[in-house]
Design a protein around this ligand. Structure first.
Ligand SMILES: *Cc1c(COP(=O)(O)O)cnc(C)c1O
Length: 231
C-alpha cells in the first residue's frame, strides 16, 4: 500500500468537523463519541491512532479483532472497543470477552445467547440494537416494524444493558430519513444512545442527535478489498 497517512491530522480534522456540526445543532460536542473504525487495516494504523490520542475503536469481525486488539489493549488499557459487524451465536463467548460495546444486537436468538454469556462471564458490555432502517433483505438488523417488540424483549425479558440503537442507512437513500427514524424509535423507549453516521454523513447524523459516529475512511484512508470470509 505504502499510503502515507497523517493520523493526527485526520483525527484533528474529523474532531473539528464534529465540533462545528454539534455547535450548529446546539449540542455539546462532548456528547458525540468518535468511534474509529479500523477494520481491514493493519494493527499498526490503529496503534498510530492510539498514539495520536484516539481511544474508542470498532471492528466488524470478531476474528480480525481477536488478532489485532489484545496486544493493543494491553498497551493502551483505557481503549474501548466496539463490535459493529454481524455476530454469530457461536462467537458470542469470544466477542463478550473481547469487546466493550456490542452494537449489532439484532435478533432474539442472539439476545438470549448474550444474556446467557453475560450471566456466565460476569461481563456486561453495553449493547446497541441494530435496526435495519431501510428493511434491506441483505442487511443485518431488526426490521423497523419489529423494533418496538424486540427492544422491549431485550430490556424486559433478557435484561440486557441496552444503551441505544444503531443503523446503517441504505447507500442510495437520503440518510437523514433513517437518522430521524432511529431517533424516533429510540425516543419511544427512552433510549439515549444513537450510533449513526459514517465518514460520508456523520455531520448530518450529529444534527439528528447521533451520540456515536463510526468513522473509518476519513481517519484511516481507503480500505484494502475485503476477503470473502466472514464471522
Ligand atoms: C465500515 C463501517 C463503518 C465506517 O465506514 P466509513 O465510510 O469508512 O467511515 C461504519 N459503520 C459500520 C457498521 C461499518 O461496517
Amino acid at each position: 500500500m505504502g499510503e502515507k497517512i497523517d493520523f493526527a491530522a485526520n483525527l484533528a480534522n474529523v474532531r473539528a468537523k464534529i465540533a462545528e456540526a454539534a455547535s450548529l445543532a446546539g449540542r455539546d460536542p462532548r456528547a458525540v463519541t468518535l468511534v474509529a473504525v479500523g477494520k481491514a487495516h493493519p494493527a499498526e494504523r490503529s496503534r498510530a491512532a492510539l498514539t495520536a490520542g484516539q481511544r474508542v475503536f470498532a471492528e466488524n469481525r470478531v476474528q480480525e479483532a481477536a488478532a489485532k486488539w489484545p496486544a493493543l489493549k494491553e498497551q493502551f488499557s483505557d481503549t474501548v472497543l466496539h463490535l459493529i459487524g454481524p455476530l454469530q451465536t457461536n462467537k458470542v463467548k469470544q466477542a463478550v470477552a473481547l469487546f466493550d460495546v456490542i452494537e449489532t444486537l439484532d435478533r432474539p436468538r442472539l439476545a438470549r445467547s448474550l444474556a446467557t454469556e453475560f450471566d456466565r462471564s460476569g461481563r456486561q458490555p453495553p449493547c446497541f440494537i441494530q435496526v435495519n432502517s431501510g428493511a434491506e433483505p441483505q442487511k443485518a438488523g431488526i426490521p423497523p416494524q419489529e423494533a418496538d417488540a424486540f427492544i422491549a424483549a431485550c430490556v424486559n425479558e433478557f435484561a440486557l444493558p441496552v444503551a441505544g440503537l444503531m443503523c446503517i442507512p441504505p447507500a442510495a437513500d437520503e440518510p437523514s430519513l433513517h437518522f430521524a427514524l432511529l431517533r424516533e424509535i429510540a425516543g419511544r423507549h427512552g433510549l439515549t444512545g444513537l450510533s449513526m453516521g459514517m465518514s460520508a454523513d456523520y455531520e448530518i447524523a450529529i444534527a439528528f442527535g447521533a451520540t456515536h459516529i463510526r468513522v473509518g475512511t476519513a481517519i484511516f484512508g481507503s480500505r484494502p478489498p475485503l476477503t470473502a470470509n466472514r464471522d
